[in-house]
Design a protein around this ligand. Structure first.
Ligand code: TYM
Length: 333
């Protein structure tokens, strides 16, 4: 079985619809066909300031949501990044392989640090993509299921894998990004020119999966479309409507063409009302399942401990080989 690996940050509150459609949904599908490793990236989370109690709660909350979305610990390895110390260890080696200018070209870092200002930007945020490289290479992943915003980090991973292999001998699998065209970028419901994200300018554009279903329905119904009335997929000319069609189609499995035909001659209102219902039908059981996992933190922690144990077997082997290739003297035997 080919291997996949991916990660998600333990954000406060809830995953959003972009996280789910752009990434987590694919994780669930890939556990059936691939040797799958998925993790909550708490090491990445501390690149911006965190409250310890909140971080702990958010890490459990993220794991609970992943299980609620359909990850099955019998079918995949689900773990927390900090439980596998090899991530930080391999990251150091990768730091020493990365050019300073190369790291400076990472656009997510440029965007985030520009917003925060130099003094509040940590060195951890700067080296964030290199930790992500280590995450992926440790597991010899063939594919990395993510949204479009992660593409540059996967490119960096490929470059560093090839660089290491060239310099020290074949060690790492060179991974490919696994990005589904249709859902690579889910857009903000109020501003379809920008991607849906937690840092959106208005909360009305962001669908948090754990929000009150009624509030979610309301956001869908007030989504920005355009002054035309035709329901047609055209990402350039009609980004708002196209985004709604993408969401509708992915959540129900109904093709975009079929949707266009079904809504021919009907207005945006009809589409939004129906999509609001589709969304409520999706988030309602998702919330319930998440709450059920959270209600039993002992079981949750056990699942994560078992996942970390499985992950470490693979990670330790890759790290040992890497250390040897680099020229570190063998330690305790
Ligand atoms: P994070 O936590 O920001 O996002 C998790 C996943 O959600 C995707 N995503 C989107 N997809 C489509 N449309 C959107 N609007 C949207 N918003 C978010 C992201 O692309 C991502 O796949 N750096 C990563 C976490 C990470 C990682 C890794 C991923 C750490 N190590 C190793 C892969 C492999 C991140 O911050 O994702």
């Amino acid at each position: 079985r080919p291997r996949v690996l991916s990660g998600i940050q333990p954000t406060a509150g809830s995953f959003h619809l972009g996280n789910y459609l752009g990434a987590v949904r694919q994780w669930v599908a890939l556990q059936e066909t691939h040797d799958a490793f998925y993790m909550v990236v708490d090491l990445h989370a501390i690149t911006v300031q965190q409250d310890p109690a909140e971080l702990r709660a958010n890490t459990r909350l993220a794991a609970a949501q992943l299980l609620a979305a359909g990850l099955d610990p019998e079918r995949c390895t689900l773990f927390v990044q900090s439980h596998v110390p090899e991530h930080a260890q391999l990251a150091w080696v990768m730091n020493c392989l990365t050019g300073y200018g190369e790291a400076q070209r990472m656009t997510q870092f440029k965007d985030k640090s520009a917003k925060q200002g130099a003094d509040r930007t940590t060195v951890g945020l700067f080296t964030y993509p290199i930790l992500q490289v280590a995450d992926i290479l440790l597991y010899q992943a063939h594919e990395v299921p993510v949204g479009e915003d992660q593409r540059q980090h996967i490119e960096l991973t490929r470059d560093l894998a090839e660089r290491f292999n060239g310099r020290f001998g074949e060690t790492f699998t060179v991974p490919k990004a696994y990005i589904l065209k249709e859902t690579a970028k889910i857009f903000d419901l109020q501003d379809p020119a920008i991607k849906m994200s937690k840092s959106a300018s208005t909360p009305k554009g962001l669908i948090n999966l754990l929000d009150e279903p009624k509030a979610t329905a309301k956001k869908v119904k007030s989504a920005v479309t355009d002054t035309d009335t035709v329901i047609r997929y055209d990402a350039e000319a009609k980004p708002g409507v196209s985004n709604l069609l993408t969401i509708y189609s992915t959540l129900t499995g109904e093709g975009i063409l079929a949707l266009e035909q079904r809504y021919e001659g009907k207005g945006y209102g009809a589409l939004k009302t129906d999509l609001a219902e589709v969304m409520v039908d999706f988030v309602t059981p998702f919330r319930e399942r998440t709450q059920a996992y959270l209600a039993d933190p002992e079981t949750l922690d056990k699942i994560l401990a078992k996942g970390a144990e499985k992950a470490r077997l693979v990670a330790a082997e890759t790290l040992a080989q890497t250390y040897d290739r680099v020229g570190f003297l063998p330690g305790r035997r």
